[in-house]
Design a protein around this ligand. Structure first.
Ligand code: ADP
Ligand code: ASP
Ligand code: MG
Length: 412
């Protein structure tokens, strides 16, 4: 007998018909004698709808009460799915995150799971029930409701699979696996049979929302066998695994995928006196305001005594970061402050990059051939990211996908 944790995303439970279809699929598996824990998201659009309601009252809403509100979305779908299962004669039981108990830290809106007491779930499984758990939520030590950040149901699924030592965690979504890039942007994108945790994590953190970053982190850390599949079509999906062995070398391309992030904004402070501690003086107040900084570039100024400093933040933080930077510029006697919130980050990812020189220059050549100007560059062992104007997003992704032959079947 196997134990599977299956997570169904918002589109997969977006209507009553779809919830009933999920129930049928789950029952099919149960009939083959296996145990199932099903994690569900809110119906598609629901989390956005609830957020918009709260924002009508307070556009800057965050924290505890927002979590109380947002978790209701998943509470609806667990109950509906359990009702659909019971109607078909299959004993089922729904659980909110707090009821499981999924305990998190206190960071409302982006909490991290600290522990899971899956005793109740185990008991239900043992007694033959299908267990349905609300994704994206938990409670802190004090019992306050928390959420795990957008896309967090993936993490609930993986964390439960780890806690229950499940045979596989299956993420059912509206595409049939992980592709070389978002198939909604590049129609020729190719589905990968396998991808390493390391690459998946990098793709997720660079903007591919097919899997939440923390789900990848969790799966890697606890070695949870993880698969991304379609809710609507049959297929093997994409296996996310720690090692891709020699026999699978067909998958070991230099570049595995292209990710992009539309949520970026860039800020620059020009003509800052080039003295020790300058980076701290600029970024200290930004981090004190809880604004996360992504890429950072400091140039040597032409005159030798001043420098220019550029960094990127989430687009939602742009206005606040700009206000802070203007104040910092005045204090430091800097020449000027500039900004651009119409930029995106485009990245190529692949473990094969480690052993291949010249990938960066090839990337820059491909973009140059399309007349795309690069504003910033950042590299690591397995990725190269550039910041470009948002109007070039689709052109850039397609050109790189083409230029690195990602659509082709692999050569030997
Ligand atoms: P769910 O609601 O099921 O959690 P999401 O919308 O969060 O689904 O994630 C699935 C979406 O991720 C796809 O519809 C696709 O547009 C997007 N996506 C981005 N990058 C990729 C990629 N490399 N491979 C597959 N899908 C991707
Ligand atoms: N419903 C939440 C969201 O839309 C969590 C999830 O779907 O994973 O972000
Ligand atoms: Mg998702």
């Amino acid at each position: 007998m196997t134990l599977l944790v299956r997570k169904y995303g918002g589109t997969s439970v977006g209507t009553i018909e779809r919830i009933e279809a999920v129930a049928e699929k789950v029952i099919g598996y149960k009939q083959r004698g296996h145990d199932l824990v099903v994690v569900v998201s809110a119906m598609s659009g629901e989390t956005n709808r609830l957020t918009a309601l709260a924002k009508e009252i307070d556009p800057r809403v965050r924290g505890r009460e927002l979590d109380v509100l947002l978790t209701t979305g998943e509470q609806v779908t667990i109950a509906l799915l359990a009702i659909a299962l019971e109607k078909r004669g299959y004993p089922a039981k729904s659980y909110t995150g707090g009821q499981v108990k999924i305990v998190t830290d206190t960071a409302h809106n982006k909490a991290r799971i600290v522990s899971i007491d899956a005793g109740n779930v185990r008991k239900d499984l043992h007694e033959g029930r299908i267990v349905v758990v609300a994704g994206f939520q938990g409670v802190d030590e004090e019992g306050n409701i928390t959420t795990l950040g957008r896309g967090g149901s993936d993490t609930t699924g993986v964390a439960l699979a780890a806690a229950l030592d499940a045979d596989e965690c299956q993420i059912f979504t509206d595409v049939d696996g992980v592709y070389t890039t978002d198939p909604r942007v590049v129609a020729e994108a190719r589905r990968l049979d396998k991808i390493t945790f390391e690459e998946m994590l990098e793709m997720a953190s660079l903007g591919s929302k097919v899997l939440q970053i923390r789900a990848g982190e969790f799966a890697g850390k606890y070695d949870v066998p993880l698969r991304v599949l379609s809710s609507f079509e049959e297929g093997e999906g994409t296996l996310i695994t720690s090692e891709i062995n020699e026999d699978d070398s067909v998958e070991q391309a230099v570049i595995s995928g292209i990710a992009f992030n539309r949520d970026e904004a860039q800020l620059t402070i020009n003509g800052v006196p080039d003295t020790p501690g300058i980076a701290f003086k600029i970024l200290g107040p930004i981090s004190d305001a809880n604004i996360e900084v992504d890429m950072i570039v400091q140039n040597i100024g032409a005159d030798g005594s001043t420098t220019d400093f550029t960094f990127t933040v989430h687009r939602n933080d742009y206005d606040l970061a700009m206000t802070l930077l203007q104040r910092i510029a005045e204090e430091l006697g800097a020449r000027e402050v500039a900004g651009n919130n119409k930029i995106i980050k485009l990245s190529i990812v692949g473990v094969g990059m480690r052993s291949h020189a010249g990938i960066a220059s090839r990337m820059f050549e491909i973009l140059a051939n399309e007349g795309i100007n690069i504003c910033m560059i950042s590299t690591s062992e397995i990725k190269i990211s550039v910041v470009i104007d948002e109007k070039y997003l689709e052109l850039g992704v397609r050109a790189l996908h083409d230029g690195f032959d990602l659509a082709d079947e692999e050569e030997e």
